[in-house]
Design a protein around this ligand. Structure first.
Ligand code: ZN
Length: 279
């Protein structure tokens, strides 16, 4: 079988070829475009470079929705994807092959069954999606960094891939070969923090004055007091993915509110973004 059909990483030859094609100018430009990458030290950047090359050589990028792919786009996506696995084995990103990039948000067909048993079909707009064993889908517009942003769709979707690599989408990545981490403790802290978050979100929703539409941007000032984006309350898998994007891009509120959860994530990823982003 061809290597790409099995979702395995690229060959040594492909890695060498990809590394040679990645110009220092584009690399520097990419790092400078993302503040959470620009703070990495020289050793970390060398590591990030290797892993970026691995993502570029191992995954097939395809464009959708009229987007024209270029090196600036694929390198920007691969470099962000490389951050979570900076000190982890690249094999955690194996088992699937394709990254599909849309110019902006895209529509996903959804189905919901109501209490009367009636099936409702509708389209939902998304900035990213990760299929179990299948492609990872991204909006390029959302994959670019905006000032003050604690959100990151690339890291979010790759966090889902780390979760799925262990089997279920249950907020528990593969802890095999990690004597420094305990499955039972992980689940305990994960679920306790998730339940706390649901309560915090409830309290924030109660505190929004009646004259403000909770779905409008006017309500942002209230939601911005939460440790992570309210989307994390969707389910345990989303809680994990939203936690991971905050952890890498804007961890202040997460670390202050949930030190135990931050510490676990820090131990799993073998990184301390809070420290390097504060310096
Ligand atoms: Zn998600």
């Amino acid at each position: 079988m061809f290597r790409w059909l099995t979702g395995k990483g690229a060959s040594r030859r492909a890695l060498t070829r990809t590394a040679a094609a990645l110009t220092p100018e584009l690399w520097q430009h990419t790092i400078a475009s993302y503040p959470f990458l620009a703070v990495l030290n020289d050793d970390e950047l060398a590591n990030l470079h290797d892993r970026t090359v691995w993502v570029l050589a191992s995954k097939g990028f395809s464009a959708a929705g009229g987007l024209e792919l270029n090196d600036a786009i694929t390198v920007a996506i691969a470099a962000q994807a490389a951050l979570p696995i900076l000190h982890l084995p690249v094999t955690l990103y194996e088992g699937w092959h394709e990254i599909i990039v849309y110019p902006g948000g895209f529509l996903i067909p959804r189905q919901e069954v109501d209490e009367a048993g009636v099936v409702h079909e509708y389209m939902q707009e998304a900035a990213g999606e990760a299929w179990d064993g299948g492609p990872l889908v991204l909006s390029w517009d959302d994959a670019q960094h905006r000032v003050g942003d604690a959100a990151n769709v690339v890291i979010h979707e790759f966090a889902h891939k780390l979760d799925l690599h262990a089997g279920l989408a249950d907020g528990v990545p593969s802890l095999a070969g990690r004597p420094d981490l305990n499955d039972r403790v992980w689940r305990q802290v994960l679920h306790a923090t998730y339940n706390t978050f649901i309560e915090q979100l409830d309290a924030v929703e109660q505190s929004i004055p009646a004259h403000i539409d909770p779905a409008s941007s006017e309500a942002d000032a209230w939601y911005d007091t939460l440790p992570i984006d309210p989307y994390g309350a969707t389910d345990i898998a989303e809680f994990f993915a939203v936690s991971v994007e905050s952890f890498f891009v804007g961890p202040d509120r997460l670390a202050a509110a949930w030190p135990q959860w931050y510490e676990l994530l820090s131990r799993y990823f073998r990184q301390n973004p809070l420290e390097r982003l504060q310096n």
